[in-house]
Design a protein around this ligand. Sequence first.
Ligand SMILES: *Cc1c(COP(=O)(O)O)cnc(C)c1O
Length: 405
Amino acid sequence: MSKRLWGYQPRNERPEPSWELHPDTHAIRAGLARSGFGETSEALYLNSGFTYSSAEQAESSFADETDHYVYGRFANPTISMFEQRLAAIEGAEFCVGTGSGMSAMFASVACLVKAGDRIVASASMFSSCYVVLMEILPKWGVTTELVQGNDPEVWAKALSLPTKAVFLETPSNPMLEVVDIRMVSDLAHKVGATVIVDNVMASPVLQKPLEHGADVVMYSATKHIDGQGRVLAGAILGSESYIKEQLNPFIRHTGPSLSPFNAWVLVKSLETMSMRVKRMNNSAQLIAEFLESRPEIKSVRYPGLKSHPGYQTAQRQMDGGGSTIGIEFAGKQNDTFKFMNALRIIDISNNLGDSKSLITHPASSTHRRLSPEVQAEMGITGSVLRLSVGLEHPEDLLRDIEQAL
Ligand SMILES: *Cc1c(COP(=O)(O)O)cnc(C)c1O
């Protein structure tokens, strides 16, 4: 064996470009750390531990005095590539990958609060986020006030009391409520609250909450970032001080770490994310317009439609309505089930943001954990379906929907 097979000799030592790169270029290049072999594609470092060439190097690595990797719970080269790439796309100082979207959501909030603290959150949200805020954190003395809708006066009232964190999901899952990130962030910062946005539904392609005043962004990377239904993962993005001083001490010791294999899948997914999300977004706009014209449908919830109550806000903070449509049927729950069963391409599933178009009945699946009253507050009834538009040709999707109606 040649000596070159031993040891790490970074091979991307060419000077960096002198100009600011487009996020689509970051999606292909950012974070790339080639090994001594000079491989083209990102390497998968499927390992939990690391070695040191001396006791002194081990000591300085543990003291955080060097960039030497220490342990998979803290960092790993493949995970770092994913984190750096997503941070570059998002325009965030730092990113931390986690094992799921929910571990990202929990850590992003839990690292900030202690008993007696108060959180303010938008009322419409993913059901597990609701359970964390309304059932789990209260057991530890942290309470959450929910705010309905997008009215500045209502938000100002909720944010007139001392508040540690604001948690926003916009657009929300499944009813696509839109909240004005700038308006809420400005109010939140007056009381010193940290604004966390669950940006899963828009994805980093269609909405950049940090540009609109938010402090922290979290993702379920399971959705558009993987986008092909393979891995479970999450990510948290924010400033150096939030990540280093608040989040890292919490994450390192509670261990919601991302698997290097999943990080490797995601780093490759990021390369195509922008193309995928734009195509899904364009098809969703067509389908939402078609559904709005149909008598079987009572209302269509899609931020790219003028009929959406948050249309103006969405125009300001999003680059498209997204890939998910909320559909309220004119008839009963029975009709929604008949429609789902009559589809020939679109799958019945509880996921979203996938290359395959998926349809969900939230009241009986993803959101059944919530009481009927809470469901009603979020606009979820038996007649509501959530359609996640995938990458199939839009004409086939329209035809599938038309024949099922
Ligand atoms: C799916 C989802 C989550 C949770 O992510 P997991 O990867 O399933 O843990 C959180 N928020 C929103 C809006 C989601 O759609």
